[in-house]
Design a protein around this ligand. Structure first.
Ligand code: NDP
Length: 325
């Protein structure tokens, strides 16, 4: 028997509770894993609170991230005792996920725990950190080098935003953080932000073009914030868009694209190919300073997960939340 957080649905209503499950209840997969840590992402918050249509079948064990040790494997690529990391691939949405002491998964979805990272560090990074790294890589790919000017990071206090700030700082970029929580300014500066902009400055409907301020942008917010960021990006700059913490809509015009040659780079971590994931994990291990893991994370128990799901949707979580299984 093992403990799992289970979402059930009855009469269109979700119920979330910790249940004791047996191994033979686990879904199909060629690798069984003893999960040591999971984490809470915004998407987990949407799934557990039911505020977003994330879960595709019930009952569901949520948790889009996990790290653990292989117990049994039918795959030639993994053997009992190997430490592995899982993010994305629809796990915690359509396949039982990481908020359980055991998981059964497809070996193709796994990456070996990168050398030099502890299981806790891998989950402090998690989907949010992987996405932040993929955003940084998108800026690099589109020519935003550190000598080009300031990089804006929105949703700064959250998991993607905090990790993006730390990564950009480690790479020598000058970073401006956008936050709705002025009280987090010291935290954001401690992880690498050089300047702070209040979210309210970017929430009004965007002009087609605005004063050029940013060489690049990493956006976790969407909506008017992304539209304003596009209107304020320098000629030839790039905006990496990965999130919708404000809105899934994008009320913009073609002006930033056709008059300022700006690239809007979409970033998805869920279906990211394995080779790119491994490259991203290696860079995360190399770039994030040890101090980041202490400054930007908090550990909770499985029992505390529903409360933290409410908090992340209310925008009250700072940095990353690690869940000990
Ligand atoms: P978090 O909740 O940890 O961070 C989001 C942050 O956005 C908050 O901390 C807050 O920061 C800010 N925020 C909250 N509400 C609003 C609002 N109404 N308007 C503008 N900003 C707001 O979430 P994650 O970092 O895990 O995820 C961020 C976004 O990225 C989510 O939309 C998520 O779905 C998406 N995402 C996408 C992925 C992909 O593969 N494309 C992968 C991972 C995440 P502050 O208080 O500093 O303003």
């Amino acid at each position: 028997m093992f403990n799992a957080l289970v979402i059930r649905q009855q009469d269109e209503q979700q119920q979330v509770a910790i249940e004791q499950l047996q191994e033979d209840q686990l879904p199909e997969g060629d690798v069984t894993i003893a999960v040591s840590y999971s984490s809470i992402n915004y998407k987990d918050g949407l799934a557990i609170t039911g505020k977003g249509k994330i879960v595709r079948s019930f009952p569901m064990v949520p948790g889009i991230d996990l790290v653990g040790t292989v117990l049994e494997s039918d795959s030639p690529n993994y053997k009992a005792g190997d430490e592995v990391v899982l993010t994305g691939w629809g796990v915690g949405e359509g396949h039982w996920g990481g908020l359980a002491q055991k998981a059964k998964l497809k070996s193709d979805w796994l990456v070996p725990l990168p050398d030099g990272l502890s299981p806790q560090q891998a989950m402090i990074i998690g989907t949010a950190g992987l996405t932040a790294m993929l955003c940084v890589m998108a800026l690099e790919h589109n020519g935003v080098s550190k000598d080009k000017g300031e990089v804006l990071v929105t949703g700064a206090s959250g998991g993607v935003g905090s990790t993006a700030i730390a990564l950009l700082h480690a790479l020598g970029y000058s970073v401006t953080a956008v936050t709705g929580r002025a009280e987090n300014a010291d935290y954001l500066k401690s992880i690498g932000a050089h300047d702070i902009v209040l979210r309210s400055d970017l929430e009004d409907r965007a002009k087609p073009l605005d004063k050029q301020r940013w060489a690049g942008v990493i956006d976790a917010a969407g909506g008017n914030i992304l539209a304003n960021a596009l209107a304020q990006t320098n000629y030839g700059g790039c905006v990496a868009a990965c999130g919708l913490a404000a809105d899934f809509k994008l009320p913009t015009t073609v002006m930033p694209f056709i008059l300022r040659n700006i690239t809007l780079a979409g970033v998805d971590s869920v279906m990211c190919p394995v080779a790119k994931r491994q490259q991203a994990w290696q860079r995360l291990q190399q770039l994030l300073p040890q101090s980041f893991y202490q400054q930007a994370s908090e550990q909770i128990s499985l029992e505390q997960v529903p409360e933290w799901a409410d908090k992340i949707i209310a925008g009250q979580v700072t940095g990353r939340t690690l869940v000990k299984l």
